[in-house]
Design a protein. Structure first.
Length: 153
């Protein structure tokens, strides 16, 4: 896990595949998106982070600016994480982007049924993957505007 010294997190990356996580982090940094990133490897720990439970009890940084969420996760899958985020008043408006290699239309439909903000399929080629992740980072951190109350929760 990538631990940071401050409680404030801009990007919560929930990805069980270390290679995909490393590529995502590298792509963000390569494109000068050097915001605070927290990488968590399963859905259960992501929910603990978001709801200040377990090892994250007492965390004071508020919500991240965006959650990049894989679908196929151990313990609690991505759709269940998304559902829990949307069902909780503290996180219901938090921007969530599904970043997955799934090509299943049922996953796309299910994600939008749970009010995902965006569904992005991971490109296979590194250059395309890097450009996709950089574009996501730039949009959700720099272009997109949300009320301050979403991050203070």
């Amino acid at each position: 896990m990538m631990r940071i010294e401050t409680d404030q997190v801009d990007i919560l990356l929930v990805e069980d595949n270390p290679a995909d996580a490393e590529l995502t982090i590298r792509a963000l940094k390569k494109n000068a998106i050097v915001n605070q990133i927290e990488w968590l490897k399963d859905g259960e720990i992501a929910l603990d982070f978001l709801f200040n439970r377990g090892e994250f009890e007492g965390r004071t940084g508020g919500n991240p600016k965006v959650v990049l969420l894989d679908l196929r996760l151990p313990k609690v899958d991505g759709l269940e994480v998304l559902k829990a985020i949307r069902e909780n008043p503290k996180t219901e408006k938090l921007p969530v982007v599904i970043l997955t290699s799934s090509k299943e239309d049922k996953d796309l439909v299910a994600a939008y049924d749970h009010n995902v903000n965006s569904f992005v399929r991971k490109p296979i080629a590194f250059d395309e993957f890097s450009q996709t992740v950089a574009g996501l980072g730039m949009y959700w951190l720099l272009v997109n505007k949300v009320p301050d109350s979403i991050h203070r929760e």
